[in-house]
Design a protein around this ligand. Structure first.
Ligand code: NAD
Length: 317
């Protein structure tokens, strides 16, 4: 049993990690400023520090007594980073440095950092292995890469075993419609409203969607492994076309809304697929939730019962 700080624990992925830590008998502590997270995601009884990772003293205080840190707090998304690059780097780079410094000072050996496939920029090869060129297309991708490098530099300088997990497209419970233009919450919104989904381009583009339960499992496996350190891709290792995704989401929810096609969006990648062999070898990462079936069934069930989603739909009706 270990006390574990989860920064960003009121967010989509962080709150799923908190639940998984509790299931395994650990003691999570949440640090979050509720900028893009929700109080509704907080688990009653779990200590919650409402504070900002940009404040070093707050981070150090929240970390006291912890054996490991799961660092998810971030300013998330390309569009947000282009609109406000200063906040993006302050939160993503300096905030991460505050987490690393506090961990080092308190003798905590591992920070598991939530990185992003956005560090790669334009995808050039498939599947995408860890050594794919890293040439981000936005301030967000750049700040996530800088923070990742900072975690790895601390491994070189100090007795630390930090792990960076580069997520591909994460989906699942606690991901709401406002989540940075992610396609699954947007399609779910159309289904719940009974209006057609819009697909940009011919719909034959592919994405590697990884379920949040598998992402949470990756975080815990990395956090509690003996030796793992470095940067790892975290995807499902499979991919699905957007046309197929639209079809399966309608089947799972039993609602036919149809699709409309719009012009291809400039800058959209055609195909995405993670090579996850390195994470499997380092800490036994083995994604278990298939998107066609349990993954989308659980998501549609969650989103159609989520009180915040229902309130939004009523307000928009
Ligand atoms: N969702 C994805 O598909 C995806 C893909 C790649 C990487 N990631 C990474 O995973 C992590 C979690 O993302 P998410 O999708 O759960 O987003 P999210 O917005 O739901 O979670 C981020 C959380 O961090 C909190 N936060 C933001 N700035 C903060 C600050 N300065 N101090 C304290 N808390 C702060 C927010 O309130 C929120 O609860 C992020 O680091 C993100 O870069 C997500």
């Amino acid at each position: 049993m270990m006390r574990a700080l989860v920064t960003g624990g009121a967010g989509f992925i962080g709150s799923n990690i908190v639940e998984r830590l509790l299931e395994l008998g650990h003691e999570p502590v949440v640090l979050d400023n509720i900028s893009s997270g929700y109080r509704e995601n907080l688990v009653p009884g779990v200590p919650f520090v409402e504070g900002d990772t940009r404040d070093a003293a707050t981070v150090a205080e929240a970390m006291k007594g912890c054996g490991v840190v799961l660092h998810l707090a971030a300013s998330v998304g390309n569009a947000r980073s282009i609109a406000d690059p200063q906040t993006d780097s302050a939160v993503n780079v300096v905030g991460t440095l505050n987490v690393l410094e506090a961990a080092r000072a308190q003798g905590i050996r591992r920070v598991v950092y939530s990185s992003s496939a956005g560090i790669f920029g334009e995808l050039k090869t498939l599947p995408i292995a860890e050594d794919h060129p890293q040439d981000p297309d936005s301030p967000y991708g750049t700040s996530k890469l800088a923070a990742e490098k900072m975690c790895l530099v601390y491994n070189k300088l100090y007795d630390m075993r930090n792990v960076c997990l580069r997520y591909f497209n994460v989906y699942g419970p606690h991901q709401r419609f406002d989540a940075y233009g992610n396609v699954i919450p947007i399609f779910a919104d159309r289904i719940l409203k009974g209006v057609p989904m819009t697909i940009f381009g011919d719909g034959e583009q592919t994405r590697d969607f990884v379920n949040v339960a598998d992402v949470a499992a990756a975080n815990l496996a990395a956090a509690f492994s003996d030796d793992a350190q470095g940067a790892f891709n975290i995807g499902s290792g499979g991919r699905i076309t957007i046309n197929r995704l639209a079809r399966v989401m309608q089947e799972v929810s039993g609602v036919e809304v149809g699709v409309e096609y719009g012009p291809e969006r400039p800058g959209d990648v055609r195909d995405s697929l993670a090579d996850i062999a390195a994470a499997r070898a380092a800490f036994g990462f083995a994604p278990a939730v298939p998107i066609e079936g349990r993954g989308l069934e659980e998501y549609m069930d969650w989103v159609s019962h989520d009180p915040l989603t229902r309130a939004r739909l009523e307000a928009e009706a």
